[in-house]
Design a protein around this ligand. Structure first.
Ligand SMILES: [Zn+2]
Length: 310
């Protein structure tokens, strides 16, 4: 039996316009343009005529990573607790020894669990900045939920630290289609979750400048990918701590040679262990042996590059 041209074909596939290879040019250009790197904010010079800038950051997630996943059993939570009980104080002592400021991105739930730690950050002159409510995955949330949690987190950090945060690092660097709009509505001056450059840049939203500074991150300059492990998955640390610090040393050396920014993302519950702190201390000694390094919080970097872009 042959079908006549006019007969309906019952099983004809409906065109699926969500398939990327079926997108028209406007569609794929639109996705790329939604949040994009604009002009470079690499400054003419760093404060005090410094040759390069160093911005260290610590994401004080502590118990919020297992909590975010609904993992409420004591075993997993104790790994996070280590970050607050041992890691963060150790990090603070190391920073104090070097006399350098850092930025602490802390989920609001973590800050509520450890309010004394937030006070310690502030007392030592460090920056306290946003890192979600409970380390939620923004890309899984509705825009309304993401917005509500972000505002609640900002209010909570303001209450606990005494200052309204000016910057955000999205938990897990999960940046949704709505994150930039929420960041702007919060009036934040910078984000530190995206990866389009080594140097700071201005974020564009659908091609338009936003006035929001991006202080870019990278998994290369993060302790988690090298040092985390999961008992029931294949995830195992595969690089010894001093080798990890060697990668960061190369990143710093190149930033120094280029007169740029060296930015690092660490976690008290990961880097805070003895053998790893030894590697971090070695890295900080290496940096300290260089003349003309400006150590700054992410907020200070954002403020400086915004005023002094080339
Ligand atoms: Zn985090």
């Amino acid at each position: 039996m042959t079908a006549t041209p006019d007969a309906p074909i019952p099983d004809a596939p409906t065109p699926d316009v969500s398939q990327p290879w079926q997108w028209d040019e406007q569609t794929w250009r639109g996705h790329v343009a939604r949040v994009r790197a604009g002009r470079s904010l690499r400054p003419e010079s760093w404060p005090g005529g410094a040759r390069a800038a160093v911005a260290l950051s610590f994401d004080s997630d502590h118990e919020t990573i297992p909590l975010r996943d609904g993992e409420t059993r004591p075993g997993k939570l104790s790994q996070g607790e280590y970050g607050a009980r041992v890691g963060a104080p150790r990090v603070l002592r190391l920073l104090e020894r070097h006399g350098i400021p850092a930025s602490f991105f802390i989920p609001a739930v973590s800050a509520l669990l450890h309010p004394g730690e937030v006070r310690d950050y502030v007392a030592a002159g460090h920056e306290v900045a946003m890192h979600g409510w409970i380390h939620e995955r923004n890309m899984l949330l509705s825009p309304a939920d993401e917005r509500e949690l972000a505002f609640r987190a900002a209010d909570t950090l303001e209450k606990l630290s005494g200052t309204r945060p000016v910057g955000i690092r999205t938990p897990s660097w999960d940046f949704s289609d709505h994150t930039l709009a929420i960041t702007r509505e919060l009036g934040l001056s910078y984000d530190s979750s995206l990866m389009a450059d080594d140097e700071p840049y201005e974020l564009l939203a659908d091609g338009e400048p936003t006035g929001v500074v991006e202080i870019p991150v990278e998994w290369i300059r993060d302790d988690a990918p090298y040092l985390m492990m999961d008992r029931y998955a294949a995830l195992r640390p595969y690089t010894p701590p001093r080798q990890v610090a060697g990668i960061w040393r190369d990143e710093f050396d190149a930033a120094y040679a280029e007169g740029g920014l060296f930015q690092l993302t660490l976690h008290p519950h990961i880097i805070g262990h003895r053998s790893r702190m030894a590697a971090l201390a070695e890295l900080l000694d290496h940096i300290a042996a260089h003349q003309g390094v400006w150590y700054a919080t992410h907020a200070q970097v954002a403020e400086h590059v915004w005023k002094h872009a080339r």
